[in-house]
Design a protein around this ligand. Structure first.
Ligand code: SF4
Length: 469
C-alpha cells in the first residue's frame, strides 16, 4: 500500500508564488498512513524534471528547506510501504527515467503480478534496472516505448500489465492519472480554485466565483483527504481502466485503455483509508460505524462495556455500542508517536510495537466484562498481546469482535499479507484462534455484513483474501 498525489497548478498562479512541490508535499502529508518507509516528489518546470526522494517519514524527507529548489508548476509525490523490493533508497518513489523517447517520473500504488512476462521484452533485462521494484520496470518500459507521446505509450504498454496499479505519471508538460481495469486501489480527481489565496472572509478555501476549467488547477490523490488538505474540490473517481490527462490551462482529458471490471479492495473501506475519506460515495467513518452495528447484530454478547482497539477499531466499536445498547468506553490508550502495527515492515518490529504502542486503562477494565472491537486479525500476535494487556489489567472477560471476515488468502495486489503461513485464519479454525489469542469468545463480521454496511453490490469489490475469488 502506498499514497500517491499529483498536482497541476492553476495557470493564474505564477511559478514562485506557489510551488507545486510544496502543494504535493502537503497533499501527500494527508496520505502518510498509506506508507511510512519513504517519500519523494518529482516536479516539472515545463522543460525538465527534477526529483527528490529519501527513506523516512514525509515531514522529514520533504522538508521545507529542500522544496524551494524544486521549481515548477507540475508535481507528483509518493509515500511508500514496500510490497515488492526492500526498503532501500533505490526503491523509493517517484521513479525517474530518461529514456530514448521521453523523461518520466512515476508514483505507483499497487502491485504488478506479471513482472516476469514484462521483463522479457525489456532491452538489457533486469540488469538495466537500478531498483528491484515492479514500478521501476514499468517506468523503463514506458520510457522505452516508441510511441509519439506519454499517453500513447501508456495506451500501448498498459494492456500487457497485470495486477494493481493506481499511478501518477509526470512528463515535461503533464500530470497523468491511471487506474488499472479493476480499480483495486483508489485514485480521485479534484479541482483547485483559480486563485489559491482563499476567500477574504476567512472561510475554508474552495471554489469561489470561478468554475471555468481552463482557469482551474487539478489534483490527483489516493484519497479525498489529500484533496481536502490542499483546498481542492472533489470532482470524481478516476475510473478503472481510465487515463486522466492534466495539462495547465486545460480541462482534464479522459482516455480509456481498457474495459472497466471494478474490484476495489474492500480492505480500503474496512481499514486502510482514512476515516474522513470518501470511497464509492461512502464516508469511511460512517461505513465502519455501520460495520460495527452489523457486527452487534450478528454476534451479540452479554458484557459491561464495549471498547475499541485504538485508533482504527473506534468507528466499529461506536456502532457496536449503539446497536447493542452496551456502554462505550476507552480501555486502552495509544502512544500517538508510535506507528501503526500492521504497517511496520518486519514481524519483530510488529511484536515489539504492540507494547510500545498500547497500554491498558486499569480503572476502566478491572473486573469488567469487555467487548473489544478491532478491524482485522492478520497474524494474531497483535490481538494476543492486546488480550494479554487487558487480562493483566484485571478484565473479568475479554470478548473479541472483528469488523471484517477472517483473512484466509494472501493478497497479490499490493497488501503485505502475501505469505499464507503468516495468516492465522489460513492455519487455524476460529476456535483455535480464540484459544491462541486467549479470548473468552471471538467472532468476525460476515461478507454479507460488510456489504450491508456499505450498501453496495458485491461485484464492485475485491474480496479475494476473504473468499479466494
Ligand atoms: Fe484487498 Fe484482499 Fe483483494 Fe488484496 S485480496 S486487494 S487485500 S480485498
Amino acid at each position: 500500500m502506498c499514497g500517491v498525489f499529483g498536482v497541476v497548478l492553476p495557470p493564474g498562479v505564477a511559478s514562485g508564488e506557489q510551488s507545486a512541490a510544496a502543494m504535493a508535499s502537503l497533499g501527500l502529508f494527508a496520505l502518510q498512513h498509506r506508507g511510512q518507509e519513504s517519500a519523494g516528489v518529482a516536479v516539472s518546470d515545463g522543460e525538465q524534471l527534477m526529483l527528490y526522494k529519501d527513506l523516512g517519514m514525509i515531514a522529514s524527507v520533504l522538508d521545507e528547506r529542500r522544496l524551494p529548489s524544486l521549481r515548477g508548476d507540475l508535481a507528483i509525490a509518493h509515500c511508500r510501504y514496500s510490497t515488492t523490493g526492500s526498503t532501500v533508497w533505490e526503491n523509493a518513489q517517484p521513479t525517474f527515467r530518461l529514456g530514448p523517447r521521453r523523461a518520466l517520473a512515476i508514483g505507483h500504488n499497487g502491485n504488478l503480478v506479471n513482472t516476469r512476462d514484462l521483463l522479457g521484452p525489456l532491452s538489457g533485462g533486469r540488469a538495466r534496472l537500478p531498483a528491484s521494484t515492479d514500478t521501476e520496470l514499468l517506468t523503463a518500459l514506458l520510457a522505452d516505448e516508441p510511441a509519439r507521446d506519454t499517453v500513447d505509450a501508456l495506451v500501448r504498454v498498459l494492456p500487457r500489465v497485470r495486477g494493481a496499479y493506481s499511478l501518477v505519471v509526470l512528463d515535461e508538460r503533464r500530470v497523468i492519472g491511471v487506474r488499472d481495469p479493476h480499480g483495486f486501489r483508489p485514485l480521485v480527481l479534484g479541482r483547485l480554485p483559480a486563485s489559491l489565496g482563499g476567500p477574504d472572509d476567512g472561510s475554508a478555501p474552495g471554489l469561489w466565483g470561478v468554475d471555468e476549467d481552463d482557469r482551474s488547477g487539478w489534483v490527483l490523490a489516493s484519497e479525498t483527504t489529500g484533496l481536502d488538505i490542499v483546498g481542492a474540490e472533489f470532482i470524481r473517481d478516476v475510473e478503472p481502466g481510465e487515463i486522466v490527462v492534466l495539462e495547465r490551462g486545460q480541462p482534464p482529458r479522459s482516455v480509456r485503455f481498457a474495459t472497466a471490471t471494478p474490484a476495489l479492495c474492500v480492505f480500503e473501506l474496512i481499514y486502510f483509508a482514512r476515516p474522513d475519506s470518501y470511497l464509492e460515495g461512502r464516508n469511511l467513518y460512517e461505513a465502519r460505524r455501520r460495520m460495527g452495528e452489523e457486527l452487534a447484530l450478528e454476534h451479540p454478547a452479554d458484557t459491561d462495556l464495549v471498547m475499541p482497539v485504538p485508533d482504527t477499531g473506534a468507528p466499529a466499536a461506536a456502532g457496536y455500542a449503539e446497536q447493542s445498547g452496551i456502554p462505550y468506553r476507552e480501555g486502552m490508550t495509544r502512544n500517538r508517536y508510535a506507528g501503526r502495527t500492521f504497517i511496520q515492515p518486519s514481524n519483530g518490529m510488529r511484536q515489539r510495537g504492540v507494547t510500545v504502542k498500547l497500554s491498558a486503562l486499569r480503572e476502566q477494565v478491572r473486573d469488567r466484562r469487555l467487548i473489544v472491537v478491532d478491524d482485522s486479525i492478520v497474524r494474531g500476535t497483535t490481538t494476543k498481546a492486546i488480550v494479554g494487556l487487558l487480562r493483566k489489567a484485571g478484565a473479568a472477560e475479554v470478548h473479541v469482535r472483528i469488523s471484517a471476515p477472517p483473512i484466509f488468502h494472501p493478497c497479490f495486489y499490493g497488501i503485505d499479507t502475501q505469505i499464507e503461513t503468516e495468516l492465522i485464519a489460513a492455519q487455524k479454525s476460529v476456535a483455535e484462534i480464540q484459544d491462541f489469542i486467549g479470548a473468552d469468545s471471538l467472532s468476525y463480521l460476515s461478507i454479507g455484513g460488510v456489504l450491508e454496511a456499505v450498501d453496495l453490490p458485491r461485484d464492485r469489490f475485491c474480496f479475494a483474501c476473504f473468499d479466494g475469488n
